[in-house]
Design a protein around this ligand. Sequence first.
Ligand code: H79
Length: 592
Amino acid sequence: MAARLRMGLVDCGLLCTLLCSFLMAAETDSGWTYIKETPEQHAAKMQWWNTARFGMFVHWGVYSVTGGEFRGQMPTNSAEWMMNKARISIADYKVENVDKFNPTDFDASAFVGLAKEAGMKYLVITAKHHDGFAMFGSKCSPYNVVDATPFKRDIMKELAEACHDQGIRFGFYYSQCQDWHHPGGIGNNWDKTLKHVSFDEYVRDKAAPEIKQLLTEYGPISIFWWDTPRDMSKEAFDSLHSGTDLQPGIITNDRLGKEYPGDYKTFERNIPRQAPVGQDWEVCMPISGSWGYKKSDTNFKSTETLIRNLVDIASKGGNYLLNVSPTGQGILLPQATERLKAMGQWMKINSESIYGTTASPFGKLAWGRCTKKEFARGTTLYLHVFDWPKDGKLLLPGLRNKVEQAYLIADWQALKIQSQDSGVVVSLPEKAPDDIVSVVVVKVSGVLDIESTGPAPQKDGSLVLSADMANVHNNEGSRDIRLQQNDGISHLGYWTDEEAWVEWSFKIDKPGAYEVLAELAIEADKTGFRLVLPGQQKSMELTSTGGYGNYVTKSLCKLNFDKAGEYTLQIRPEPDHWQPMNLRQVELKLQE
Ligand code: H79
């Protein structure tokens, strides 16, 4: 066993070496110059980011003046896109928005104080969005807040200082490709007065010097947040990218260019069902519907949703970058302020279960989420209970470790624990200490030992068998059936081999008839496959869903589970009658 383990480590080291040399080779071949640090340096750089878990995103620009409205029209559902969607000329945008930008109620230190109160550890703000307007005193373009608005104050400088004073990490969002004001920027095809020049010229004269200025004149910058990558020349890429070298230790996202991985992966608006493997990641999401302030947007997410989102993301090992939208006056709407304060109240009691934690060691938990902190001699598990069990029993499925201690984070009240075959059961008081998410701390000794219990049934007994949970049988190493991702959602794809099949192991708690539903996408006209349960099988044929990206949920058949217990379900192609499908999940739904 020890020998095998050692082999594993050697293999792993070798793999790393090979990978590194591959990446280095990629660097010289393509000319990209983004690999500059060792894995140790990278880990050290990401350390603060990986403990932070919660940050504030701010979309603020001259579009905020009219709150997404142009001459009585509301042309877009995200206000920062107004100029584009209403095809506003540069001249009109100047009159309606730039000339009127005067947020006299703005107070950087109060603003940062609110982020801090909410429990946020970093702040990323739009230094320049797609409209091309610089929210700082740009030295290379007069199209900026200091030189072109009645406000005349360098907002980025005020925020950088306030963040620095209050111990909040500070970062810039910079739209590096789209620029609807510069004649070489991408995107503005409606203003016929623009005498277009090349993109490289725009990069040389505006983007690169502005980035350089942002990274030299605003103190320590922790994050550079690129957006909407477009194709560009190696020269353009290099000159944009080299700006970030000016701040050692700066963290960048994955949106500079198509081939640029950056330091972490971004998800926009949606939380992935499963964490991406081997990568740091962040979900950015507006607190309401629009990124930039929009008058008619009352679509604020509830405090419950926001706290549960933060917990859900932390339970998968990611960060939550929650966006707020200052108005033309420079303040947040009360709906946003109230929610941030409420999150702060929750964090005051529970933040230990968020900061510095890593992903849940369990599969899907019926009652909520879990985060953890690992130590040399044991692990602290934070159980985030969304649905407080009516019978007062909280099951940690498959947990085999000795539990040293369990208590409620809210009042340190010790809780009774019992180890049984199915795992550890924590006895809870009748009433949940928090209506939204209550946290139970469970300290276990030894190396974490959790028996894989397969997918966990939902409250109603239904089961979701996701792509990530599937055991893939692919002819001993053919590359067919790959676990792939689309919009952050995993699917079993590239299923071109009719001999490859998938299988899930799971437990049925409630015997009975189950409807089998599959979320899938099929391109070809007809495909045949079998669902196989021990002692039962059903053949079926499905027609095209309209393409490999067109997911639909189809009811496949009904299956009977006579007894509670362990089962395996297989999906096997029908030989000679198979066309590839992309499969996201199978759901077993208990029939009433
Ligand atoms: O800054 C925010 C967005 O403005 C920016 N990224 C986040 C962080 C973004 N730019 N482009 N996109 C996201 C993707 C394209 C969205 C669009 Fe639309 C769909 C453009 C037009 C339709 C959303 C809806 C924006 C305007 C209407």
